[in-house]
Design a protein around this ligand. Structure first.
Ligand code: SF4
Length: 328
């Protein structure tokens, strides 16, 4: 999906992650959860790619696969030209600092027994970026300032902060490793609406200033609309559409994207949108529908959709869509 002739910062090629379902006394494998099935995309340096879809579509599993929190069933993850999904833990260690993560829940992702200074200093020490304590102190103060927290925040404990402030601490900790890519895994989902906007603005400012790339995983298209360069829409473990933000929001090609967009609130009361209500729940990733996995809920489904899986079609503009109605 890369449009650049240079090596992308991150490339994910046809990754699959199936979790076995074990039952009985002998833990016999009786099925698989098909969490991610053939996902490919790339992220350029300094780019934001949003990965969106309903809960359970596999987007967080993609993020965790990139972080090597578990092994892939198949496929490749390539960081700046180096394959990282199959290298040893010791070979991975120097590369780890280049990808950091911010999780959804700032309450559980900070150690309550560490002061904020030590939380932020930890990656600086662990990755060997600095050993002089005076310089570490300076660096922590700089990072606190970057996330718009006061200098004295370093002497306080995580429980003394609000949810939004804790997420700022998580961002400062991620920045401390001097990463090139940050995976934001539903990083603003647990926050109030106004706080959400502040954290999104902060991430955007930091991205511009530091040239960071972001993989922004979210179930909320309204959040990604103003902050991403491209959007990949996932449904039941697969990317069904990938396009620039402008293309996707102005002219969605996949019926699932259209349905998600129709649920995004429009601030202009003059601009009327017709809400597309999808019938039923997302089917189980254990027993996915045949053909196009979306056919059980798709308002535009035709006969072939029940039996034949649609190809990923690259349209003349370079965007991708997987739908029989868009095949060229
Ligand atoms: Fe709907 Fe068929 Fe397109 Fe799937 S392939 S999104 S079921 S029209």
């Amino acid at each position: 999906m890369s449009t650049s002739a240079t090596v992308p910062l991150l490339e994910v090629r046809q990754i699959q992650k199936f979790f076995p379902i074990k039952t009985g006394l002998f833990s016999r494998v009786t099925g698989h959860v098909h969490a991610v099935d053939g996902v490919s995309f790339s992220i350029e340096k300094g780019e934001t790619l949003a990965l969106v879809g309903e809960s359970g579509c596999g987007k967080s599993t993609v993020g965790r696969s990139i972080l090597r929190l578990f092994d892939l069933t198949s496929g490749e993850v390539i960081l700046d030209g180096t394959r990282i999904d199959n290298i040893s833990a010791s070979a991975l260690r120097p590369l780890r600092k280049r990808i950091q993560v911010i999780f959804q829940d700032p309450f559980s992702s900070l150690n309550p027994r560490m002061r904020v200074h030590d939380i932020i200093a930890e990656p600086i020490r662990n990755f060997g970026l600095e050993s002089d304590e005076a310089k570490i102190k300076e660096r922590v103060a700089y990072l606190l300032d970057k996330v718009r927290l006061s200098k004295d925040a370093g002497e306080r404990w995580p429980h003394e902060f609000s949810g939004g402030q804790r997420q700022r601490i998580c961002i400062a900790r991620a920045l401390a490793a001097e990463p090139e890519l940050i995976i934001c895994d539903e990083a603003v989902s647990a926050l109030d609406v106004s706080v959400k906007a502040q954290i999104v603005n902060l991430l955007q400012d930091l991205q511009k200033e530091l040239g960071l790339a972001l993989l922004f995983i979210s179930h909320d298209l309204a959040i990604v609309e103003h902050m991403t360069h491209r959007v990949a829409v996932m449904y039941l473990g697969r990317i069904v559409e990938l396009a620039t933000r402008t293309e996707l929001f102005s002219d969605p090609k996949h019926p699932y994207t259209s349905a998600l967009l129709s649920a995004v609130p429009v601030p202009d009361p003059e601009k009327k949108t017709i809400r597309i209500v999808l019938q039923g729940d997302v089917p189980s990733p254990v027993k996915r529908p045949s053909g196009c996995h979306f056919h059980t809920r798709c308002p535009e489904a035709i006969d072939i959709c029940k039996t034949l899986e649609p190809k990923q079609t690259i349209l003349p503009s370079g965007r991708m869509v997987a739908c029989h109605l868009r095949e060229v």
